[in-house]
Design a protein around this ligand. Sequence first.
Ligand SMILES: *[C@@H]1O[C@H](CO)[C@@H](O)[C@H](O)[C@H]1NC(C)=O
Ligand SMILES: *[C@@H]1O[C@H](CO)[C@@H](O)[C@H](O)[C@H]1NC(C)=O
Ligand SMILES: *[C@@H]1O[C@H](CO)[C@@H](O)[C@H](O)[C@H]1NC(C)=O
Ligand SMILES: *[C@@H]1O[C@H](CO)[C@@H](O)[C@H](O)[C@H]1NC(C)=O
Ligand SMILES: *[C@@H]1O[C@H](CO)[C@@H](O)[C@H](O)[C@H]1NC(C)=O
Ligand SMILES: *[C@@H]1O[C@H](CO)[C@@H](O)[C@H](O)[C@H]1NC(C)=O
Length: 416
Amino acid sequence: MTRIKSYHISLLWLLLWCLCSTICGAFLVLEDLFASNFELFIRYVAVGNEPFLSTYNGSFLGTTLPALQNIQSALTKAGLDARVKVTVPLNADVYESPTNLPSDGNFRSDIQDLMLSIVKFLSDNGAPFTVNIYPFISLYTNPNFPLGFAFFNNSSSSSFTDGGKIYDNVFDANHDTLVWALQKNGYGNLSIVIGEIGWPTDGDQNANLNYAQQFNQGFMNNVIAGKGTPMRPAPVDAYLFSLLDEDAKSIQPGNFERHWGLFYLDGQPKYALSLGTTNSNGLVPARGVTYLAQKWCIMSPSASLDDPQVAPSVSYACARADCTSLGYGTSCGDLSAQGNISYAFNSYYQQNNQLESACGFPDNLSVVTSNDPSTGTCKFRIMIQSHSVTSGVEGGRGFSMSSFVAFAFAFLSAFL
Ligand SMILES: *[C@@H]1O[C@H](CO)[C@@H](O)[C@H](O)[C@H]1NC(C)=O
Ligand SMILES: *[C@@H]1O[C@H](CO)[C@@H](O)[C@H](O)[C@H]1NC(C)=O
Ligand SMILES: *[C@@H]1O[C@H](CO)[C@@H](O)[C@H](O)[C@H]1NC(C)=O
Ligand SMILES: *[C@@H]1O[C@H](CO)[C@@H](O)[C@H](O)[C@H]1NC(C)=O
Ligand SMILES: *[C@@H]1O[C@H](CO)[C@@H](O)[C@H](O)[C@H]1NC(C)=O
Ligand SMILES: *[C@@H]1O[C@H](CO)[C@@H](O)[C@H](O)[C@H]1NC(C)=O
């Protein structure tokens, strides 16, 4: 594997779901690789995304390895197999340790045989094992999880030793549980790629700018310093998750899902992050982004909280727009009842490109204002200009292509 840089950003991942036929798989790969201007940058094809999550009830157990094999044979036929590797990003729940000690790690017992077949496939083809590791999720799912242990540089009472190796953060412990699982099964040299690592900034009491910066900078500092984990001392190969917030992503796993970006939706960096490049500013803001007018939709000062239309209107707005910044410990968690309602109305209004009718909630509950209702950490955002559809409630959300390109270049320039 040619190491271009010791870390990369998920921008260049090619995500390919191909659970159809061999032929479909083959054509998809060839078409994409040959047609793409980014051909030189493609190093991996990722098949699926965390297919063995227990919430999928085993739906993808039978199809994942055949899909990997199909894509591999397509790459081989195209003569690209030496340069481009096939892998499958797995959730860290494909391995476990009954004692929590990395040295007791092994693959999850219900998928042990399948995991060994996949590991053999990866090893035979010189491809890496790809795993997504999320200390934030450890904290989210376990309220008793020791906060400091989720980060990289906080000396914490949760540190422990395992065979003389010191573990002072959960990422190292989790990563090395995988190393032990591989080693125990005869694949101790298989390379590992961290397919996703990051920390969200909103939507949960532990999702904020401070923690996200602390986590991501702590991680990057280790990479920059050439430091790996106790079992694999060389720096890890990782993709930061993610580039941008995604305001329409499913929040079934939690409200934080829409806030993983290093950048807000409009391409503005959320916090300083040194990536160890010549650009000391780290993240570069998008250039040439244009915004809609300085107008917000709020709850009318003359409307009453007791109006029976309030609850259904807020539900309607939140179901179609984004209210994940409301709730305990979030950026807008301290709003008044009126503030909450205004936030919901404004989100709906902005996501509909400030369409007049999108601020027309029943009983005259809403009104457009030119006074920014933002307070403290709570930002009432204005949507960026869309060059595409501007009419219709469903149309035109998100980036214009020119903005996106300006942004992508600004971002990439941080790496040059
Ligand atoms: C898994 O099973 C649960 C309970 O039977 C069901 O609600 C859910 O939709 C299933 N998920 C998938 C991906 O099949
Ligand atoms: C990290 O350590 C500092 C200093 O001991 C402490 O103030 C901070 O709260 C810790 N951060 C976390 C997330 O535990
Ligand atoms: C792993 O790599 C080392 C160093 O290249 C080598 O000595 C060792 O035999 C390899 N082990 C396996 C299991 O391939
Ligand atoms: C950990 O690292 C972050 C980012 O470099 C820094 O802001 C924070 O102060 C550090 N915490 C400790 C306890 O050193
Ligand atoms: C505002 O909305 C959030 C999220 O729905 C809720 O937790 C909070 O209690 C609300 N605040 C008030 C004052 O109603
Ligand atoms: C809403 O406001 C308009 C104009 O002020 C008024 O004509 C209308 O009766 C109001 N509707 C309700 C339901 O209060």
